[in-house]
Design a protein around this ligand. Structure first.
Ligand code: GLY
Ligand code: MN
Ligand code: MN
Length: 467
């Protein structure tokens, strides 16, 4: 169960008011939370509320719904008090206490929702709910609307429009408010401490001649996350020794971490509903070899270029393009790419010749979800479509202008380089996988990195791993 939130008044009420103001005359929004997910017999996955619902309420119990009307009135449906169930499952807020605790205007038991929702939908014009996110929600809403229609001969009006609440909420969530940035800053600090702890454990165990496994370092991360109040990792931790780093979605396993190898850790905590997302790559023994250092410094330079490109007014794609430029030039300089075969920098970029070594994007939105919601296309420019053929696949791509960055948007900056054995690729670089990832909030003048509590510079990593 995610920790009970105590700060559930003003930011959530302010967000509800902003949403209500966008529902239009006669609008009503219905936002359910997430269901409990069974894991196996009599055992559930740890509960996490739906991000939209939690964004608007700060309420973390399952079986709850928010109903919001355009006049700003908010109603919560929640689990009723139940002395017996509370012995088994723990405290329930209950509808009587909910208005004061959550600053909603009213609350009912969720048991009454099928009886009350048709009445609430009567005489409204547009029903807003999150499309395609909750299996079964559409048919539930259909059932309520049928009941409204059954009453039209008594003079009731049935709503004649349905709209996707995600369209409004995604835009709201894309620009973080002060409360959100405060939580994300703390999440970033905790995650950074986890990385430092894992790095230090690696070199200390190797110095002591111990058998280091990926799970030993994962344990350090989890310890630090929980130690500082994080409820859970924000995503499945990647702790990848040596060649495993070239598997992009590798999970922390039991592979040995050997002296002389690099370790790639992509792991971070969720705190009070907000994710962080950090990757660091470091030498298991605390000292980079020559080839490791060469490629590492190239990725670090590409990240510097991407960070410099992350500022208000720039486009979402600009950091990616800046990183690709540095990486592509580095691939030519280090011999990963053969100039005689691929040509110069412009050719490498235009033909995507860098793709075998850098096959993912540099950024994604971050917030409550580690890959957070929000359109990557600038809304005012969706009609500006240009077509091109992908140089590698021949696929027809429709490009639209990418999003213009604004203060309060949070994105990751995570360039990498992954070298699998291949003909023509210098053997000294084989099996090296490197990614460096930080979380950036766009500010008035540039960006603030939320995750630099763990260093990136070679010398600083080596120093802390000696400690
Ligand atoms: N940790 C997930 C990602 O970097 O996108
Ligand atoms: Mn990421
Ligand atoms: Mn990551």
């Amino acid at each position: 169960m995610i920790g009970r939130m105590n700060r559930i008044d003003s930011p959530h009420a302010a967000r509800r008011a902003r949403l209500a103001a966008q529902l239009g005359a006669g609008g009503i929004a219905i936002i359910p939370t997430a269901p409990v997910q069974p894991r196996n017999r009599d055992s559930d996955f740890p509960y996490r509320p739906d991000s939209y619902f939690f964004y608007l309420t700060g309420f973390d119990e399952p079986d709850a719904w928010l109903v919001l009307t355009a006049d700003g009135r908010s109603l919560l449906f929640c689990q009723p008090k139940d002395a017996e169930r509370e012995i088994w499952d723990g405290y329930r807020l209950g509808p009587e206490a909910a208005p004061a605790a959550l600053s909603v205007d009213g609350a009912h038991s969720v048991v009454e929702i099928d009886a009350l929702l048709p009445r609430l939908l009567e005489n409204t014009r547009t029903v807003w709910y999150p499309f395609a996110t909750h299996p079964g929600l559409e048919s539930r809403i259909d059932g309520w609307l049928q009941k409204v229609r059954a009453r039209v001969r008594y003079g009731a009006l049935a709503p004649d429009g349905q709209r996707d609440a995600c369209a409004l909420l995604d835009e709201m969530r894309l620009v973080k408010d002060a409360h959100e940035l405060g939580v994300m800053r703390r999440a970033g600090q905790i995650s950074a401490r986890g990385h430092i702890r894992a790095m230090q454990r690696s070199s200390a165990m190797l110095r002591a001649g111990q058998d280091v496994r990926e799970y030993h370092l994962e344990a350090e991360l989890l310890h630090e996350f929980r130690q500082h109040g994080s409820q859970a990792p924000a995503y499945t931790s990647i702790v990848a020794a040596g060649a495993n780093a070239c598997v992009l979605h590798y999970r922390a396993g039991a592979a040995p971490i050997k002296d002389g190898e690099l370790v790639l850790i992509d792991a971070a905590c969720e705190l009070d509903g907000y994710a962080s997302d950090i990757t660091r790559t470091f030498p298991a023994n605390g000292r980079f070899s020559g080839p490791q250092r060469t490629l590492y410094e190239l990725v670090a330079a590409s990240q510097d270029a991407a960070v410099a490109a992350t500022r208000p007014g720039a486009r979402f794609n600009d950091p990616h393009e800046a990183a690709v430029k540095v990486l592509a030039q580095g691939m030519l300089d280090t011999g990963l790419l053969d100039r005689n075969k691929v040509g110069g920098l412009d050719d490498v970029i235009e033909k995507r010749a860098y793709f075998p070594f850098y096959m993912h994007r540099t950024s994604h939105w971050m917030g409550m979800d580690v890959h957070d919601c929000g359109s990557y296309v600038e809304p005012a420019e969706v009609g500006q479509v240009s077509e091109r053929r992908d140089p590698l696949t021949g696929e027809l791509i429709k490009d639209r202008p990418s999003r213009i960055l604004r203060p309060g948007m949070v994105l990751t900056i995570e360039p990498g380089l992954y070298v699998r054995p291949a003909e023509g690729v210098p053997e000294a670089f084989w099996h090296i996988g490197i990614r460096i990832e930080d979380d950036a909030v766009v500010t008035e003048s540039g960006c603030e990195l939320l995750t630099r509590g763990v260093p990136v510079a070679v010398d600083e990593i080596e120093a802390l791993m000696r400690a």
